[in-house]
Design a protein around this ligand. Sequence first.
Ligand SMILES: C[S@@+](CC[C@H](N)C(=O)[O-])C[C@H]1O[C@@H](n2cnc3c(N)ncnc32)[C@H](O)[C@@H]1O
Length: 246
Amino acid sequence: MNEKPYYFAYEKRYQAVYEAGFSRWGHSPDDAILYETLKNWVETNDLQGKKVAEFACGEGACGVILSELGCIYTGFDISPSAVKKAKESLAPYPNASVWVLDMVKEKAPDAPYDAALDCMGLHMLITDSDRNAYLKNACAVLKENVPMLFFRESYRKDAYEGEVSSFEHWKRISGEDYDTPMKRTSRDGIDCYIPLLAARAKTEKGYREEMSKAGFDVEDFVPVDINEQCAFSATVFVRKAAKCRC
Ligand SMILES: C[S@@+](CC[C@H](N)C(=O)[O-])C[C@H]1O[C@@H](n2cnc3c(N)ncnc32)[C@H](O)[C@@H]1O
């Protein structure tokens, strides 16, 4: 049997919310903090006119911002519904493209890239092996010494620091209910009943360790103010290590 991995669950969520009438689920290009963070990152790293890959791009909000800032953008996501939405949003930008890709199991085509971005994607991966496989895949398609930005990833000072070997293991550790539908309301007041999706928070030490293991140097770790996208999160600025052998 060809069963989908646990991290494919987002596809069902996108389908459910669009069916209910939501115009989008994830980040919007007019998120002021997202915009400012990307603008500073692009300027600081001189990324205008350069190739930027985004993993777990969702509906393409960051793609719109990066395209407006002059980057050559390629987005990847495992969810076909999100990719369809992202393609619609990015249609006005000739230097932008979006593809379906499983970032755990596949490396991005058309490498190398001059930079990469992950906006609330890494925290959707629960097991240590999936997280490490993804980070290594991302690192491998980057040029040496270039930046990657992890924006608003779930962060808790008291997050579980042990190993997680499977999704079942995580369910036992977290005790969360990922089955019962709960009411969620869109920005324009539409209701929809959907279950919670699993996301794994890490401590600062946990993020630093897994980034170094995959071949990145951590340049900054910035806890983020409470926000409606991810209540307790941090933004992590990394750079592919100069002597990385990935
Ligand atoms: C919290 S959403 C963030 C979406 C978007 N970056 C945003 O901020 O609006 C997480 C995204 O990760 C994607 N995702 C989860 N596992 C993935 C995988 N293995 N490969 C690619 N995308 C994945 C989901 O489909 C979903 O679009």
